[in-house]
Design a binder for this molecule. Structure first.
Ligand code: ASP
Ligand code: MG
Length: 449
């Protein structure tokens, strides 16, 4: 039986008509049944900037951004020889109308913010449909599909949660034609729709996740993530130029890597793939013949340290109180508060009367959270930290590993360490000013030049 393939192209693969045509050829050559796209490069940022400008400035300032968005999309359309602009112009006028609404009311609800951001993907998918038609030379039907018909979510605007069961049955209902290979669908990443018909988004960088959810809904065999780097590297090559591309990595390692700061994949992408055993391939639409990286259940080797990452903008909260001494339920009380504010804690260590945990710096903007934690304990906050993590195998059972790490780090001061919870991860906090140096030293020691 032929394999069902979902391909996702990110913003840099949608940068202009040339990038789009190149990506369309990649989709054709790699036999995609359905293609999920991001907005054209920089457009989501521009739509966000537009919403913020509309809230605070005159319409003239907004119009500058609106015109930039119009020009960019018209210019790609013209380079692709798209003559019927009716659909595209409808969406462009939506950009204008929503931003005008925000500007007049000086109010941008979460619902309006998602609606305006969704236009980036809705527009790019129209353009990419045209690019695919050119690549297909009329040999196959290319359909632009509104993903909101199947990507059902809750109504947490800005970070909507998918409703998996419904997505699955809606995919069956609406997308079965692409399974036969007669028709190829082009659809939008990042966006969905709530039960009562409002447009939602899955959070920044959410297109990977969308593609994985659709792959799951379709029962696909392979999910291809096409980006601007030819696979997943042992660490960020901008920090360590010697970083190497990996030909394979396991789901568990890749999930740790994404969660702990590697920018290559949206951290939640792998959950649907893992649930359904879908193999994930990460490759570059600019170099489609390079090896790329396969993410699989099992790899041919299981190195102690396969990769490393940095998660920036971390804060360390240390909560101390003598009430913790020989008592119970304290962590429960603390996490109830984090839960109430929907704050995710990345790592944690505890001692008899204190608990230290890391959160993203931006969490601290919410002063109420800190005030509430202070009702339980004294709270010490340290900002400007980075979480450095080493990802590999059998990490929690390897004698002497911690010694090697600290030796390699030399005089870099380590704040908090987490070891033991996962066999795939060892992480610690360092001051932001020394994080790059820490990774460079560890990379030289564990992975080499
Ligand atoms: N366009 C959205 C963003 O820039 C989603 C994505 O590209 O994954 O965040
Ligand atoms: Mg992305």
């Amino acid at each position: 039986m032929t394999k069902i393939i979902v391909a996702k192209f990110g913003g840099s693969s949608m940068a202009d008509a040339v990038a789009m045509r190149r990506s369309a050829n990649v989709a054709l050559e790699h036999k995609a049944n359905l293609v999920t796209v991001s907005a054209t490069y920089g457009t989501t940022n521009n739509l966000i900037k537009l919403s913020k400008t509309a809230l605070t400035s005159d319409w003239e300032a907004c119009e500058v951004i609106v015109n930039e968005i119009i020009e960019k999309h018209h210019s790609i359309a013209s380079d692709l020889g798209l003559t019927d602009l009716t659909e595209l112009d409808k969406l462009l006028s939506e950009v204008k109308t929503i931003s005008k609404g925000i500007n007049l009311l000086r109010d941008c609800s979460a619902k309006a913010f998602d609606a305006i951001q969704s236009l980036g993907e809705r527009m790019s998918s129209l353009l990419f449909t045209r690019a695919l038609e050119l690549a297909w030379e009329g040999n196959k039907t290319v359909s632009n599909f509104d993903i909101r018909k199947v990507l059902r979510t809750d109504d947490q605007f800005g970070k909507a949660q998918p409703i998996i069961k419904e997505i699955r049955s809606l995919c069956n209902e609406h997308l079965s034609k692409c399974k036969t290979g007669e028709e190829i669908y082009v659809t939008q990443g990042f966006i969905g729709q709530s039960e009562d018909g409002h447009t939602t988004t899955l959070g920044r960088g959410g297109s990977d996740y969308s593609a994985a959810l659709i792959a799951e809904g379709l029962g696909a065999d392979i999910l291809q993530i096409w980006t601007d780097v030819a696979g997943i590297a042992t660490t960020d090559p901008r920090i360590v130029p010697e970083a190497k591309l990996m030909s394979e990595i396991t789901f568990s390692e890749a999930a740790e890597l994404a969660t702990f700061g590697a920018k290559i994949l949206h951290p939640t992408t792998l959950t649907p793939a893992l649930r359904e055993g879908i193999s994930v391939y990460v490759g570059s639409s600019y170099e489609p013949h390079a090896t790329g990286t396969w993410i699989k259940g099992e790899c041919s080797d299981a190195p102690l340290i396969r990769a490393m990452a940095i998660k920036k903008e971390q804060s360390l909260l240390t909560l101390s109180t003598p009430k913790m001494l020989h008592s119970h339920g304290f962590l429960y009380e603390i996490f109830k508060i984090f839960n109430q504010y929907k704050v995710s804690v990345d790592s944690i260590t505890t001692s008899e009367i204190s608990v230290s945990l890391t959160v993203e710096d931006s969490t601290l903007l919410n002063k109420k959270l800190i005030t509430e934690l202070e009702t339980l304990a004294t709270v010490k906050v340290e900002e400007n930290l980075c979480l450095v993590s080493l990802i590999g195998n059998n990490i929690n059972h390897t004698a002497g590993l911690a010694g090697q790490i600290f030796n390699a780090l030399g005089d870099i001061n380590v704040r908090m360490i987490c070891l033991g919870a996962s066999k795939h991860n060892f992480c610690f906090l360092v001051d932001a000013s020394r994080a790059h140096e820490a990774v460079q030293k560890l990379h030289t020691h564990f992975i080499g030049e």
